[in-house]
Design a protein around this ligand. Structure first.
Ligand code: NAP
Ligand code: MG
Length: 496
C-alpha cells in the first residue's frame, strides 16, 4: 500500500456523520453540525451531528429503556459473547477503513492505526467477550442458618467520555467491559475525533447489539459531555482525558445524582536510566519511543527522562541520534513513523512549552520547531531538552507533544525522589541490571504502572490507570469489570 493508494482510498471513504441513538443514525435534534477537520492538512473532512443536551437525553432514555427491558442485560452469556465476537469480526473486516478514518481524523500515522490502534481495539472487544462468564460471585463465610452470596450486577447506564489521542482504543477500553457486564452505554467521543466512535456504533448494530444499548453522541464537551455527566439517570461516567475536565466531572456528579465517576487522567511519567543498565542502546530506543510515539500525545508518555549523572552526556547523545527517526511525515504515507498533532491549538501549546523550556534555562539538543507547514497541517519535530530541573515547567506540566526533558540524578535515592516529585502517578519505568534495585525501586515509585527494562509493556491482562492526580479506577484486565458492576449481597436465612 503506497501513499498514492491511501489517498485514493481516503477520497472514496464514506465518512460517518450521524449520531447513533436508539438503533438509528440520526441528525442532532437542533439540526446543528460541526466541522470535523483533519490535522494532516488542516482541511474540513465532513460535517458531524452536533448533539446537545436534548440528544443526550434521548440517548440516555434509550439506554435506560434497553437496560430495564433486559434486551441485552438478560441475554444469555453465550448470546452476548456471540454478538461481541461478531462485532470484533466486523471491525476486522473494516480494519483498513477504521485505520484510515482514525488517521485522517486525528493525524496519527496509518502504520500505527493499522497495526496498533485498530487491532488493540478489536482485542479489547474479544477479550471482554471471552471474559464475560468467567467472573464468579462469592459465597460469604456467614454462620450456620444463613447463606449469603455476593453477586456482581451491571450498573445500568454508563456514560463514557473519551479523548482524541487514541479515539477508538480508549472507547473500546470502556465499551468492551461495560457491554460485557451487561450495561447500556452512551459514548461521547472527543470533538476532534468522532469518526471511529460513530463507526463503532454502526458496526455494533450490524453485529446485533440491540438498539439503545450502545449510543454514540458526537458533540462538544461543554454541552453534550456536560449534559451526560449531569444527567440524573446516568449511573457512571467512565472518563479518559485531562485532569481539568476530570475535576469538573466530579463536581457535576456532586451537583446531580452522585453518579460514580472513574477517571483516567494525565501523567508526567519518569523513565529512569541507571548507569548499571545492561543495554543502554535498548534504553535509548525506549527513551525515544516513550516520548515520540503517537507524536507524544500519550497519557503515559515517558516525558521525564532521569539519567544517572555519570552517563548523562553519552546517553543524551544516543537519544538525540534516535530522535530523527520520529520526524513527522504525511500520516497517510505508510512509511511515516510520526504524524500531525491533533489541532493547530495543540501545536501552538506544544511550541509554547518549547519556548518556556528555553527561557527557563533548558538546553535544546534536538528539534524545537514546526515542520511541514506548507502542508497546512500541524507538525512538530521530535524535541529533546537537556539540563532540565524537576522544578521547570517542562518537568511539571503535561505537554502532550513530542518534547522530552532530561534530568540528571546522582544516586538511587535522588532518582526515586525526583520520580515521585510530581502530582501525577500514571506510569514510571527504569533501566537497571541490578535485580534487587529493580524490585526496591519499583516498590517505592508511586504510580499505577512500573515498567522495568522495557517502556510501555502494555497488555490487556494488566490493569491500566493511575495513582495521585492521574486518576482512579482501572481500565483493562478483569479489574475493569469492577467499575461497571455493583456488588450485591443476598442472604437466605434457614433453619439448620
Ligand atoms: P479533555 O480536554 O479532558 O477531553 C476529554 C473528553 O472530555 C472529550 O471528549 C471532551 O470533549 C470532553 N469534555 C471536555 N469538557 C467537558 C465537560 N465540561 N464536561 C464533560 N466532558 C467534557 O482531554 P483531551 O485533550 O481530549 O485528551 C488529552 C488528555 O487525556 C490528556 O490529559 C491525557 O493525559 C489524557 N489521557 C489519559 C489516558 C489514561 O488512560 N490515563 C489516556 C489517554 C489520554 P470535547 O473534546 O468535545 O470538548
Ligand atoms: Mg478530526
Amino acid at each position: 500500500m503506497t501513499l498514492h493508494d491511501n489517498l485514493a482510498r481516503a477520497a472514496a471513504l464514506k465518512l460517518p456523520s450521524h449520531a447513533v441513538i436508539d438503533g438509528a443514525l440520526v441528525a442532532a435534534k437542533s439540526g446543528k453540525t460541526f466541522a470535523n477537520t483533519t490535522p494532516r492538512d488542516g482541511s474540513v473532512l465532513n460535517q458531524v451531528a452536533e448533539c446537545g443536551p436534548e440528544d443526550v437525553d434521548a440517548a440516555v432514555k434509550a439506554a435506560r429503556a434497553a437496560f430495564e427491558d433486559g434486551r441485552w442485560r438478560l441475554k444469555t452469556p453465550r448470546e452476548k459473547k456471540k454478538i461481541m465476537f461478531r462485532l470484533a469480526e466486523l471491525m476486522e473486516r473494516d480494519l483498513e477503513e477504521l485505520a484510515l478514518l482514525e488517521t485522517l481524523d486525528m493525524g496519527k500515522p496509518i502504520r500505527d492505526t493499522r497495526s496498533i490502534d485498530i487491532p488493540t481495539s478489536i482485542n479489547s472487544i474479544r477479550w471482554y467477550a471471552e471474559a464475560l462468564d468467567k467472573v464468579y460471585g462469592e459465597v460469604a463465610t456467614t454462620p450456620a442458618e444463613r447463606l449469603s452470596f455476593v453477586v456482581r450486577e451491571p450498573l445500568g447506564v454508563v456514560g463514557a467520555i473519551v479523548p482524541w489521542n487514541f479515539p477508538l482504543h480508549m472507547a473500546c477500553w470502556k465499551v468492551a467491559p461495560a457491554l460485557a457486564a451487561g450495561n447500556s452505554i452512551v459514548l461521547k467521543p472527543a470533538e476532534q475525533s468522532p469518526l471511529t466512535a460513530l463507526k463503532l456504533g454502526e458496526l455494533a448494530l450490524e453485529a446485533g447489539v440491540p438498539p439503545g444499548v450502545l449510543n454514540v453522541v458526537p458533540g462538544f464537551g461543554e454541552s453534550a459531555g456536560q449534559a451526560l455527566a449531569r444527567h440524573m439517570d446516568v449511573d457512571l461516567i467512565a472518563f479518559t482525558g485531562s485532569g481539568e475536565v476530570g475535576r469538573k466531572l466530579m463536581v457535576y456528579s456532586g451537583e446531580s445524582n452522585l453518579k460514580r465517576v472513574a477517571l483516567e487522567l494525565g501523567g508526567k511519567s519518569p523513565q529512569i536510566v541507571f548507569a548499571d543498565a545492561e543495554n543502554l542502546d535498548e534504553a535509548a530506543d525506549a527513551a525515544a519511543w516513550g516520548i515520540f510515539f503517537n507524536q507524544g500525545e500519550v497519557c503515559n508518555a515517558a516525558s521525564r527522562l532521569l539519567v544517572e549523572a555519570s552517563i548523562k552526556d553519552a546517553f543524551i547523545e544516543k537519544v538525540r541520534a534516535r530522535a530523527g527517526q520520529y520526524m513527522p511525515g504525511d500520516p497517510l504515507d505508510p512509511g511515516s513513523v510520526a504524524g500531525a498533532l491533533v489541532t493547530e491549538g495543540q501545536m501552538k501549546r506544544v511550541l509554547g512549552y518549547v519556548e518556556k523550556a528555553k527561557a527557563e534555562g533548558g538546553t535544546l539538543v534536538a528539534g524545537g520547531s514546526r515542520v511541514r507547514a506548507e502542508s497546512g497541517g500541524f507538525y512538530v519535530e521530535p524535541t529533546v531538552f537537556a539540563n532540565i530541573k524537576n522544578t521547570d515547567t517542562l518537568a511539571r506540566e503535561e505537554v502532550f507533544g513530542p518534547v522530552l526533558g532530561v534530568i540528571a540524578f546522582k544516586d538511587e535515592d535522588e532518582a526515586v525522589r525526583i520520580a515521585n516529585d510530581t502530582v501525577y502517578g500514571l506510569a514510571s519505568g527504569m533501566w537497571t541490571g541490578n535485580i534487587s534495585r529493580a524490585h526496591r525501586v519499583a516498590r517505592k515509585l508511586r504510580s499505577g504502572l512500573v515498567w522495568i527494562n522495557g517502556w510501555d509493556a502494555c497488555d490487556i491482562t494488566v490493569p491500566f490507570g493511575g495513582a495521585k492526580q492521574s486518576g482512579f479506577g482501572r481500565d483493562r484486565s478483569l479489574h475493569a469489570l469492577e467499575k461497571y458492576t455493583e456488588l450485591k449481597g443476598i442472604s437466605v436465612t434457614y433453619r439448620a
